[in-house]
Design a protein around this ligand. Structure first.
Ligand SMILES: Cc1ncc(COP(=O)(O)O)c(C=O)c1O
Length: 371
């Protein structure tokens, strides 16, 4: 055992990182884990068998570097997006990386950084400001209304005034769940002088049309980011992607690490995409469950924010930190996003949802909830 006498304080850390805490939801071993917006249903046996065979085939060539540009996988992703949005995309319109977080990092490396700024409508996905900070991009926070919607006119005015190099629009928004209609996204893109990143991590759970339909109108500005971590039930596989004009991908090639996407990841994601219809079959059921859970929480007196995603933000708790602990003590891991009075719960299996509802009713009857 070496090096344990050295602490963070002994290291020549960048001054702007001193005192910061690492990002990460607690990974606790409890019966009901509904804190990270995963699909609760594991991959099918057929997918696992196909994936295992594909990874085994890729393993025979692991002495070689993978396809640096992941062309075959990008072709499959373009096929999926074209089929689900009706917009004709090719592999030249799609880029892939290890989770959409890496896509977001590459976007900020290429289009933001020191002396540049990024703006987001908060509360929203907390990695946006964290990746901004890591790339030394100045973060500009535009608050949402009290009901967590975006005041589009005020937002567009702020975007015009502050002129961020990168504008983040998360739709459906995490952790609040609401999404924006295309005309609102269009108004924000018109106001933005720089790159607009529409983060559609939860798009498959929403009825709204994808912002991919706007790329043709704003090819030098608009980037739509997706992930296989949510609806595709592939969070452990780490595959995120984007749709944009080919020139955007040319820009990302300047900052990506060579061979960033391993041959194993490419083979596994490709297998997962071959079973997309099967996997995405769970989406309709999760949406139905979201409606059931929402109604039951409302019937129990909770304030539940409208959601187009696979989670619900609900409250109001006198003290959401204490309420989070009470859920945990009852074996239910939900997420405290630091929004006073509210907690976020992912839609799980029917049984997990029943447990959440049962514990919520008990909590309501005992303590911790206001109004
Ligand atoms: C809005 C949003 N974007 C991006 C991500 C990152 O997902 P991943 O890196 O797993 O693709 C998440 C994950 O929770 C998210 O909520």
């Amino acid at each position: 055992m070496i090096g344990f006498d050295v602490t963070l304080a002994d290291l020549p850390l960048r001054a702007d990182l001193v005192g910061k805490s690492p990002y990460g939801a607690p990974q606790l071993d409890v019966p009901v884990k509904i804190n990270t917006n995963e699909n609760p249903y594991p991959p099918s046996a057929a997918l696992v068998a196909d994936l295992a065979a594909s990874v085994a085939a890729a393993a025979t060539e692991l002495n070689r570097y993978p396809d640096r540009d992941a062309v075959a996988l990008r072709e499959q992703l373009a096929g999926y997006l074209s089929a689900s949005t009706g917009i004709d995309l090719s592999s030249a319109n799609v880029w892939a990386a290890n989770g959409s977080n890496e896509i977001l990092l590459q976007l900020l490396q290429a289009f933001a950084g020191p002396g540049r700024s990024a703006l987001g409508f908060e509360p929203s996905y907390s990695m946006h400001p964290i990746i901004a900070s890591g790339t030394r991009t100045t973060w500009i926070s535009c608050p949402r209304r009290a009901d967590f919607t975006v005041d589009i006119d005020a937002a567009a005015a702020l975007v015009r005034e502050r002129a961020p190099d990168v504008l983040f629009i998360t739709s459906p928004n995490n952790p609040t769940g609401g999404s924006l209609p295309l005309q609102d996204i269009r108004a924000l893109v018109r106001a933005a002088p720089g790159i607009v990143v529409v983060d559609e991590a939860y798009a498959e759970f929403s009825d709204r049309p994808s912002a991919i339909g706007l790329i043709d109108q704003f090819p030098a500005k608009l980037v739509v980011v997706r992930t296989m971590s949510k609806a595709f039930a592939f969070a452990g596989g780490r595959l995120g992607y984007l749709a944009a004009a080919p020139a955007v991908i040319d820009a990302l090639l300047l900052v990506r690490l060579p061979y960033h996407l391993s041959a194993l990841t490419q083979a596994a994601a490709s297998a997962a995409l071959r079973h997309a219809d099967d996997t995405l079959g769970s989406v309709a059921h999760l949406i139905a469950e979201r409606r059931r859970v929402r109604q039951s929480l409302v019937d129990n007196g909770f304030d539940v924010i409208d959601s187009d995603a696979n989670f619900l933000l609900f409250g109001r708790f006198d003290d959401q930190v204490a309420a989070w602990r009470q859920y945990l003590d009852a074996g239910v891991l939900v997420r405290d996003m630091g929004i006073p009075g509210y907690l976020r719960a992912t839609i799980g299996t029917d049984t997990e949802n029943d447990v959440l509802l049962e514990k919520s009713a008990q909590l309501f009857a005992t303590a911790g909830r206001t109004q």
